[in-house]
Design a protein. Structure first.
Length: 196
């Protein structure tokens, strides 16, 4: 049976992953607020490149989708979850891939819970624009282990289960970013000082 997935927000992450999903035989639907603006649909189709993506209303995108990937801007992650709740049901998984802090991930889990859908925290660790579907992704929450099997085996992502506790994967991402970016900043400062 063909798996159907949906993206809420169709930016860099969604456009990088949808071709990989197509290659695995998945049907991809997407909703983005850009659809409501003049010329927005053409922009979204351009972002999709040659991938097969069905751009539809929010309710149609979520209907019959096994996995719903939230890939919106961080400032509207909670709003996006609230908008999805009326259309979610048991048997679906809501995967929040936004780069929000651990507390926001926990808040989103609480927003999704009444719908009956499973919540999965996802922390994207690399530059999706460079590594695409091979980008490291950490999964968290009680449903993360089950999601790992589908996201890697069926959809072809490089995802691995990290913790049953919501927020742990995002905490790891934050600490990793502080270390790696801090190291880069120190290196540049040392080089600049050395040159002087």
């Amino acid at each position: 049976m063909t798996m159907r997935v949906a993206f809420i927000g169709f930016g860099e992450v969604a456009s990088a992953f949808c071709a990989a999903f197509n290659a695995r035989g998945a049907r991809v639907a997407a909703y983005d607020v850009l659809m409501d603006q003049p010329g927005g649909l053409d922009k979204l189709k351009s972002r999709a490149g040659g991938a097969s993506v069905e751009f539809v209303s929010l309710d149609k995108a979520l209907r019959d989708s096994r996995y719903i990937f939230s890939t919106v801007t961080t400032t509207v992650a909670k709003d996006a979850a609230r908008a999805c709740v009326p259309f979610l049901k048991a048997g679906q998984s809501y995967v929040d891939m936004n780069a929000t802090n651990p507390n926001v991930k926990a808040d989103i889990e609480q927003i999704i819970a009444p719908s009956g859908a499973a919540f999965v925290e996802a922390a994207v660790l690399g530059a999706v624009g460079v590594t695409g579907a091979k980008t490291d992704i950490l999964l968290g929450g009680p449903h993360g282990k089950r999601a790992e099997s589908d996201l890697t085996g069926v959809l072809g992502l490089n995802a691995r289960f990290y913790s049953e506790e919501i927020g742990k994967a995002s905490t790891f991402k934050m600490l990793r970013s502080v270390f790696s970016k801090g190291l880069e900043a120190l290196l540049l400062e040392f080089l600049a000082a050395g040159e002087r």
